[in-house]
Design a protein around this ligand. Structure first.
Ligand code: Q46
Ligand code: ZN
Ligand code: ZN
Length: 320
């Protein structure tokens, strides 16, 4: 197996590119793909201040590394979700990366700063863990970017993530979501710009990038993700990809090239019907009601969960 570029021994085969690469040319390919995504979608400029949302996983740490190598000014933001051992471990990988690169990191810890964690807070607020988590993260990313004067928020969503979301949205023809599924969400109405520079690279490439550059990351998935639809869509797409390499890329890139604007323009026509945004009376974030969804979540998540008593209460089976 030889590198397509230099003919030296290769370390990875990329079936989508129908080619093998040595370490040097594989790492160069990853940087080139990120550079291409940034340029193609006009994501940010060299002088922009960037805030990257990091989880301790391979994608966000690899992306942070790539952007730093490319000379961008990138600070990190980690949100402690209070998801037991997963959160305890994931923060250590982020801190290790930060020490090795001498970069700035802000940590927001939900349990200590807001009084709830995702498992118990989502139960109290009667939301699924991922819904409470997604809402919390979106709000805190926006707030941190605005307060810190950043030009753009960057996330590590990769091609596998975006293709899986696209499959889910297409299966239900969720035209509003489809209209917004671009790798750049422009700034506006008090929200910062959000971009996804990894949309041209898949999970396998990002794992390989970390291994080859010595970046340690949390390998375990969040326990709350187990069995969710998103992982199911990824499995389906992996089956298609195994039979027909390049399917994920063609599905997502074809959508961006030929379909997303049609959904986006249909969305634009409904904009006038939406309620105007005004500052949340509790935190000042832009929202369509008096109090924003995050502040309502915090209020409910910090209430005690009522315990059922009496004859209807079921006893938990004793575990061995
Ligand atoms: S962290 Fe949060 Fe994910 Fe865990 S609770 Fe769900 S949304 S699965 S990216
Ligand atoms: Zn090579
Ligand atoms: Zn609020």
């Amino acid at each position: 197996m030889k590198c397509r570029v230099c003919r030296e021994p290769a370390v990875i085969d990329l079936r989508r590119h129908n080619a093998n690469f040595c370490i040097e040319h594989f790492l160069r390919l990853c940087r080139d793909q990120v550079a291409k995504a940034i340029a193609e979608h006009d994501m940010f400029a060299p002088e922009d201040r960037i805030l990257i949302a990091v989880s301790g996983g391979k994608d966000s740490l690899a992306l942070w590394d790539i952007l730093l190598d490319m000379g961008y000014q990138v600070d990190g933001l980690y949100i402690g979700l209070g998801i037991g051992e997963y959160s305890e471990q994931s923060v250590t990988y982020v801190e290790k990366f930060v020490e090795s690169r001498d970069v700035n990191l802000r940590i927001i810890d939900l349990p200590t700063e807001y009084g709830y964690d995702i498992p118990s807070g989502s139960r109290a607020a009667k939301r699924t863990p991922c819904s409470a988590c997604g809402l919390s993260k979106r709000h805190l990313f926006d707030q941190a970017a605005t307060e810190g004067g950043y030009d753009v928020v960057v996330t590590g969503h990769n091609l596998d993530d975006e293709a899986a979301v696209l499959l889910g949205n297409t299966l239900r023809w969720q035209s509003d979501y489809l209209g917004r599924q671009k790798p750049v969400l422009p700034a506006g109405h008090g929200f910062p710009r959000k971009v996804k520079p990894l949309v041209r690279l898949g999970e396998r490439e990002m794992a390989a990038y970390c291994v080859l550059t010595g970046i340690d990351y949390i390998v375990d998935e969040c326990p709350k993700a187990v069995g969710n639809k998103h992982l199911g869509y990824k499995e389906v797409l992996n089956l298609l990809e195994a039979q027909s390499p390049g399917s994920k890329h063609d599905f997502y890139a074809g959508f961006l090239a030929r379909a997303v604007d049609r959904f986006a323009s249909a969305e634009d026509e409904t904009i006038d019907d939406r309620p105007a945004l005004r500052p949340c009376t509790a935190c000042g974030a832009p929202c369509s009601s008096e109090v924003c969804a995050f502040c309502r979540l915090v209020e409910r998540a910090t209430q005690d969960v009522p315990v059922k008593l009496g004859p209807t209460a079921k006893k938990e089976p004793t575990s061995l």
